[in-house]
Design a protein around this ligand. Sequence first.
Ligand SMILES: [Zn+2]
Length: 380
Amino acid sequence: MKKILAIILVLLLAFSLTACRDNSGWTDDGQINITKSAVEDIINGEFEPPKNIIFIIGDGMGVNDIEATEIYSEKKFDFGLVINQIKNQGLATTYSADNKVTDSAASGTALSTGVKTNNGFIGKDPQGNDLKTMAELARECGKKVGIITNEDINGATPSAFTVHSDSRDNRKEIINKFIAFKPDVLMGVDYNSVFVALNDEERQMFENDYVVAKKFEDFETAAATDPEAKKPFIGFIEKYSSVASYNLAQSAKFAFDRLKNDNGFFVMIESAGTDKAGHNKDMNGKIASVVTLDRAVAAALLFMKENPDTLLIITSDHETGGVLKPTGNEKYLNDLCTTSSHTATDVKVFAVGKGSEYFKDKTVDNTDIAKFLINAIKGN
Ligand SMILES: [Zn+2]
């Protein structure tokens, strides 16, 4: 009898040890539990030709924003930033067609279409011709499309991935084009400002055709009205300024689950705060925004663990704030910011998935990132 008990105990112990080995994933309260070795396992895993493309953009996120966050943030994971574990890392140049220093419209267009354009242009070349945006291409290739930002939907970055306009300032025109395009999943801030800007036709589409969730807490109940995800979903999330929230990562997870289908998907996820904080010379704001982005990266890696036919690229459209390299002995963190404008400094590129070693230890142009993704979307 004692022998049998001992055998059962040993078996139980062995079972609990294997069960404990990888407990990475989402906790019940919507946070991410992940260890350094779990991250490494995912990153070093075997990847398949990508069906799903996840493109995460830190607006205005410079190389030194990431360094400062690694040194100073208490909210990062206990081993540090997930993004810094990624082995395929390089740099990208960001200049626009008409300026050494780009704005988010021109760099967004470069990252979306592979073509340089003038500052201010959305999805158009310098002559004003429409370029095929990454959302249009993905749809053409039979993929579902997601566009997510923690700022205005019609901000320059999400707009350049989806629609066309002569100017990023045509905010009303852009939001109407967005609603008419009907991304399968669209997320941004501020329900009211979107709704009041709509023309009659688009307002009708919004009310009749879309599944609408006015706040993050309503996402699940709204989605349950269309369980097969046949309709476009529009959800409104918390603004980036809510410091280091999990909102963007949770929204990303929701989007991956809703977008998943046999033909795959393309999703662009923008963490906008690093730009706004740079304009305000606010290093704590920058650090909180890098953490927000890093959690979205963790969410993407957890999705890739189950879906190795996924490609993940993370970059920035440009640097904002002229942030100096931190030493770790800063007395006043904001002194690291040397300007309240964008700069021409190269930004980081991180890549996970099949073929992503292309970016390792190399400086590419931002249009090369787009070309790489365009090939992946086309299945080349
Ligand atoms: Zn900016």
